[in-house]
Structure formats: C-alpha cells, structure tokens
Ligand binder design. Structure first.
Ligand code: 13P
Length: 251
C-alpha cells in the first residue's frame, strides 16, 4: 500500500518569527494524526531552526532545491550532503518555477535528482505542462520527456525512492485547480507510463498533485485512485488550511 504524503512548499516566504508561529500551530494540529506522511520544504536559511522545531513531531523536513554538483567552487550553491547535515528527508527538484525562471533544463533536473538520491535523500520530482502546452494537446508528451530525462540518468527503479509531483503550471498560484478527474487522468498516465517499464515500481510510486490545493478541494483530489497526496504552496503558509489539507489524506 502506498502511503499518502502532504508536503508544504513554502517557496520564498517566512521569517524566524512567523515560521515558529506557523509551525507551532501545524504541529499541534497534526499531533497524533497517523494517516499519512507530512513534510515542510523550507528556505535554506531556516533549515536549522525548523529542524529543531520539528524534533519529535510527525512532520519531516525538506528543501526546495539543491545543486547538481557534490562540492566545489560553485558560489552560492548548496549541496545534497549539506542538506543531509540538517536531517532533510525530501528535496524538491525541477519545480516549474526553477525550470521557467532559473533555466533548469530536464537534464539539470535529472542531475539534481541523482545527486539527491546519492546523498540518501528523497527527491520530489516536479513535472507538469504549461497552459499553452495543454491547449496544444501535448501534456503527455511533455511529462514523458520530463520523466524520461530522469529515468535515463537514474534508472526506472530509482523512482521507488522518489516522489513525483504533478503540478500543471497553469494551476500553480492561480487559484485554478485541476478538476479531480482532470488531475487523475494525468496521474494515471504517469503511472501507466512507468508501468510499461516496470510494473512494481509503478505500483509503489507516490504521485502527488500540486497546484492551488486548498482546504476545500483537497479531499476530492486525494480521493482519486492515482493521487497519493499533495504538494502545497500558498495554503501551506496558513496553519489551519495546511492542517486541514493534511487531514484530508486520511478521509
Ligand atoms: P500553490 O499551492 O500556491 O498553487 O503552489 C503549488 C506549488 O507550486 C507547490 O510546489
């Protein structure tokens, strides 16, 4: 049985003071909740303080990005082994904001994925199409290309130690969520694409949905057979919303 996962992606938000307020409430809200795994992916400077706040809770720590290089003269970059020092469990790779705004190609994303796994961490690999691509009818081709880059570098079985997040770019931060059936169609496509290469991997693979998941639509999305939880942006910054979304995986 695949376990459901809800991960918050704080993006470039937060401060020492507001992080503590947010997490105090989230930790309280999720105390004793056993259905599902939970995580928050926080900006680098807060890894240390958030790690301390999450001690002895059921919430894991994650980062939002990583260098594709292991070490060296790469000013401003952060390596996977550094993230390991802070007991990160997850690292988001290939978020559409990084692909679109910071020039990350599928090749670079694949390198990051490999580096993260090598360090013993779990990559949350984001894939998804733009509105233009959806309207042109090439959603599946785009996702296939994004997945293939990783599979070619790391092998199909590596996906058992990874999480995929399907995040349609047109649904991110727009308030325009994919309809549950619409998201399910793509999740099913992802699982069957993987299944053609390795059916066991496909069965074990955790595929999250991301893009304007809110407290009032999470349960319908998570009820879909191939949706194993969510990657949550804006709503992960509001404690009561994030807690409600996390609780929705148990429904
Ligand atoms: P929103 O939930 O704000 O749409 O963001 C989704 C996202 O990009 C998570 O990685």
């Amino acid at each position: 049985m695949r376990r459901k996962l809800v991960a918050g992606n704080w993006k470039m938000h937060g401060s020492l003071v507001t992080n503590k307020q947010l997490l105090d409430d989230v930790i309280k809200g999720l105390n004793g909740v056993r259905d599902g795994d939970f995580a928050v992916c926080v900006p680098y400077p807060y890894l240390s303080s958030v790690k301390n706040l999450l001690q002895n809770t059921n919430i894991a720590l994650g980062a939002q990005n990583v260098s594709q290089y292991e070490k060296g003269a790469y000013t401003g970059e952060i390596s996977a082994s550094m993230l390991n020092d802070f007991e990160c469990r997850y690292v988001i790779v290939g978020h559409s904001e990084r692909r679109a705004l910071f020039g990350e190609t599928s090749h670079i994303v694949a390198e990051k994925y490999v580096t993260v796994q090598k360090a013993g961490l779990i990559p949350i690999l984001c894939v998804g199409e733009t509105l233009e691509q959806r309207e042109a009818g090439v959603t599946e081709r785009i996702i296939e290309e994004q997945l293939t880059a990783v599979i070619d570098s790391a092998g199909i079985e590596s996906l058992c130690k990874a999480v995929i997040a399907y995040e349609p770019v047109w649904a991110i931060g727009t308030g325009r969520t994919a309809e549950p059936e619409q998201a399910q169609d793509v999740h099913m496509f992802i699982r069957s694409f993987i299944s053609r290469q390795n059916s066991n991997t496909a069965k074990e693979l955790i595929v999250l949905y991301g893009g304007s998941v809110k407290a009032n639509n999470a349960a319908q999305l998570f009820a879909m057979p191939d949706i194993d939880g969510g990657l949550i942006g804006g709503a992960s910054l509001i404690a009561s919303d994030f807690v409600a979304i996390c609780q929705a995986v148990g429904n």
